[in-house]
Design a protein. Sequence first.
Length: 236
Amino acid sequence: MPLTVAIRKTLETAGRRFALDVAFETHAQRVVLFGPSGSGKTLTLQAVAGLLRPDEGLIRLDERTLFDSAGGIDLKPQLRRIAYLFQDYALFPHLNVRQNIAFGLHRGWFNPARRDAHPDVEYWLDALELRHVAGSHPVHLSGGQKQRVALARALVPKPQLLLLDEPFSALDHALRERMRSELSAMLTRLDIPMLLITHDPEDVAAFGDEVVRFVDGHVDPEAGAIVFRHGVRAMP
């Protein structure tokens, strides 16, 4: 997964100024952005997804330019072929599991039909062991089931890259360990590249083929041992 990120973004809210200035390049299948809350990890993930427009810079994925301020390129999120799994999963409470997954294939404002059987939706219901709750609404699901529904919705459009924002933070310790194992096995089986953000060292140990350490909106210049040991080349 050749991924290049070299962006700058300044945000000012309620008298607080935050400057994001990050640059890294990786070819790994599983990359972890690691650092404390407020260090710029989520902003970087949003920029890659197209949900946040950098002030300047470049984002490239698999030789496709997603953003280039100098060249006037800024692909819309739906054209980037990137799936984003939000921290709170962002499931639609009024839709059942099948509809929530189908929404990943849906264009426009109309909800998917309750009983439509799209082959790709049916595949993910089986692949993530969700068929027995296909007609249930999110309020009736466990934390692990909600995460799998959100994953299925993210994966059903066949993205080139999966972005995960603190995917285990809302789970208890026992479920967190099980879901790490399940997600790792699934990503290996499906061969889908992943960019995950976390402040939990256990997530780094489980998924950190390559690690980029964040601090105060920058790739940590004092963490060279961590960055280079895992093969990420920090860019000047």
